[in-house]
Design a protein around this ligand. Sequence first.
Ligand code: URA
Length: 432
Amino acid sequence: MRMYDIISKKRDKQELTKEEISYFIKNLVSGEIPDYQTSALLMAICINGMSDRETLDLTIEMEHSGDCVDLSSLKNTVDKHSTGGVGDKTSLIIVPIAAACGGTVAKMSGRGLGHTGGTIDKLESIPGFKTELSPDVFMKLSKENGLALVGQSGNMAPADKKLYAIRDVTATVSCMPLIVSSIMSKKLAAGAQNIVLDVTVGSGAFIPDINDARVLAQTMVNVGKGAGRNVAAVLTDMDEPLGYSIGNNLEVIEAVDVLKNKGPEDLTFVALTLASEMVSLFSGKPSEECFEECKKVIQNGKALEKFRQMVIAQGGDVSYIDDTTKFKKADYSCEIKAAQSGYISKINTEAIGVSSVMLGAGREKKSDSIDFSAGIRMVKKLGDKVSPQDTIAVLYTSDESRIKDAKAKFESAISYADSYSGERKLVYGVIR
Ligand code: URA
């Protein structure tokens, strides 16, 4: 077999065989294929696409290109993946809910990427919380407590690491089969039998358009099922930040508020929707029934207790969860006033995420450290009526010099109009 022939076949719009896809991925990982040939094939895939069968074969080959977690000894294993958002702290809420409903969530999560935050960074804002556990401890905690949350292991889906680095510099990131295989190979390698995908839609999402997001969601569900897993995708709104808080310890506080049954309505509803799909997948019960069950474990404190158990088991100081006022507060804050009278008619959510990164809540470079107390607290949201004396948000940082640019970025993200008639939806649909 020759890489040249595989490239020319895809250039000529022909379907690649399982063997050809396997040859490509194996030789990519072993370093046999030069980047220029990989780039040529990626561009041919981008232009000519892949059939569902090719996308599934590519995903499974990428899944097995490195370590795969074996969770087969655990019951009701369930995982969740989000395509990313701003203020998106749902993992912190739904992991303990699913565990309190009888699931096992042995979960690997990522760090912040671009304008979106990451669960691992958020958890590390809890003093002492360890996000690196040995495989034995990870399995033990998952089995005993029904939940453990760690960073991604170093050698999972190495084919994706290589491909993503090349896609990033060859204008081949926004290509459906490549996105699907990238996301799903990592999720499948993480080992859960049941997987819920949160596919975000709107100005803060990786795929802003609802129709494209639906195609992405459906293709990921097909691939997951083709790989023998139970999968559901929920299309959720990211046309404004989820909840009111953006930034690491601010988001932990808001997530804990939801677990204490006093969180914001939008975040609570989206979290309950995602959690109910997780519970439905492993229990086989209808999601409407599971929604009520998930609500109940918030009301009776069982989900909060699961979260506390995870914090204690992973070395975190649980007194911060019991009294979230203990979290470090930023040294500087800046109130943003409405620029005019009217309604907040549009929010560029990605720009809000960038503003929070500029305040220190995320990394501009991989080596940057995070300011856990930095971030943004939204005071007004989409559709709210405002006048110039109203505060619409508060920015927080420990580095005063960051405020000027972050403020300008935030202000550029808000549009005003004389009226607002937008019909808001938090969940656009579920694909099962
Ligand atoms: N997230 C991923 O992990 N991969 C992609 O290709 C896009 C988003």
